[in-house]
Design a protein around this ligand. Structure first.
Ligand SMILES: [Zn+2]
Length: 401
């Protein structure tokens, strides 16, 4: 057994006054004691009097097969199996170094992430991986080069069944086009309503949740109409800007749909032609759109929508693996309280990943996924980007990524 004691603590939902002594045994949290509690006899304790202990972060939207360089989604078909496994391992080490102990991969190249997870890899310490397999998309649609094209109800039905049989945790479907895939349309739908019903019906019958990639307003509406469990980006975009009505937000809040807005950039990415064209149409700069997105997500949260944090990490140099603390900070800049923003990256993200009963909280019986940061992220969210110690399943990585 060992302990982690910090002067501050956030338990996944709220601040624990006076900090906490978290006791860990065989990969599990076995006790969460007051910060001033004595450690059991012989129990080694990591002391962080000026730090804060919280559950390891959960990034609900990553692309482990993408290496965090510009154009990496365009090149995703290139690496062989061994090279791809190496990329996945490196991506995961970067997340862990940033305090992320669970990721949900929503853009597998064929089933490389699934294969990595079921392989022995190197016995090292890695974040837990939840995975969708390749996103289901239309012929030539958004991220079609990941291997998830399906046209018509029969192929869509089979695509869902294949994923269920292989053992994915969630089905990802590209309802609109995406900025990263040339020739696709972010403002339009890639499927018709009945096709999407087949995907959601098939997945739910197999016990799998569905999360939908949706930028344009019609795609968000279609995803809502078929009862998806989650919506990625959820941009409510039109060619005149964001069209996010109070009525739509109330419906999302009532349905309990998990919205992962994938906020956060480390710098300005090179704009794809689709992104540049849209900025042109809107008459806005990239920075102005980012400010608009922060405010938009702040309004979603204020309306009671279940916002979960995810980074889209890996798809570009400005979207590196390990970006999640920045995504959380963007939420705060959009008007979300620090406590709610931290919950979006811990307990709420755990629930969205189907892991709410064992991850995302400091609670006895939960996995010992712990992050100690330098300072107090409740007072200053920037502290979240200063990891001092990270444990995944009670183990610390041997070296930094
Ligand atoms: Zn993505």
């Amino acid at each position: 057994m060992f302990g982690v004691r910090a002067g501050g603590a956030f338990d996944g939902e709220r601040v624990v006054p006076g900090g906490a002594l978290v006791l860990v045994d065989r990969g599990r949290i076995v006790g969460v004691e007051p910060g001033a509690a004595p450690a059991p006899d012989g129990c080694e304790v990591l002391e962080a009097p000026t730090g804060t202990v919280l559950p390891g972060l959960i990034d609900a939207h990553v692309h482990l097969c993408a290496d965090g360089t510009d154009g990496s989604l365009d090149r995703i078909e290139e690496p062989g199996e061994d090279a791809m496994a190496a990329v996945i391992g490196q991506s995961l080490r970067r997340h862990l170094a940033a305090g992320v102990t669970t990721v949900r991969d929503l853009g597998d190249r064929r089933f490389a992430v699934l294969a990595w997870r079921s392989s022995a890899h190197d016995g090292g310490v890695y974040p837990a991986v939840v995975t969708a397999g390749p996103p289901i998309t239309s012929a030539g649609g958004h991220c079609a080069n990941m291997g998830g094209e399906a046209a018509g109800e029969d192929q869509l039905r089979r695509a869902v069944l294949e994923r269920a049989e292989r053992g994915v945790d969630v089905v990802k479907v590209m309802v609109s086009g995406g900025f990263a895939t040339a020739g696709t349309q972010v403002l339009f739908c890639q499927f018709i309503l009945q096709e999407l019903r087949v995907v959601v019906g098939g997945a739910h019958a197999a016990g799998l949740p569905v999360t939908a990639h949706a930028h344009g307003l019609p795609a968000v509406h279609m995803a809502m109409a078929v009862g998806v469990d989650g919506i990625e980006h959820c941009s409510f975009l039109t060619d005149k800007g964001v069209s996010q009505s109070a009525d739509d937000l109330a419906r999302l809040a009532d349905a309990g749909t998990a919205v992962c807005p994938t906020l956060g950039f480390a710098g300005v990415p090179p704009l794809t032609p689709a992104a540049a064209a849209l900025l042109d149409k809107l008459g806005m700069t990239f920075e102005q759109v980012m400010e608009m997105r922060k405010r938009q997500v702040g309004q979603m949260h204020a309306a009671g929508v279940r916002v979960v944090s995810g980074s889209d990490g890996g798809i570009a140099a400005a979207k590196p693996h390990g970006l999640l603390p920045v995504s959380v900070a963007f939420l705060v800049e959009g008007g979300v309280s620090t406590v709610a923003a931290l919950a979006s990256a811990t307990s709420l993200a755990a629930a969205a990943c189907g892991l709410g009963d064992r991850k995302g909280r400091l609670r006895a019986g939960y996995d010992a996924d712990l992050l100690v940061v330098d300072g107090d992220p409740v007072a200053d969210i920037g502290a979240l980007a200063r990891p001092a110690a990270v444990f995944a399943g009670g183990r610390r990585p041997a070296r930094a990524a």
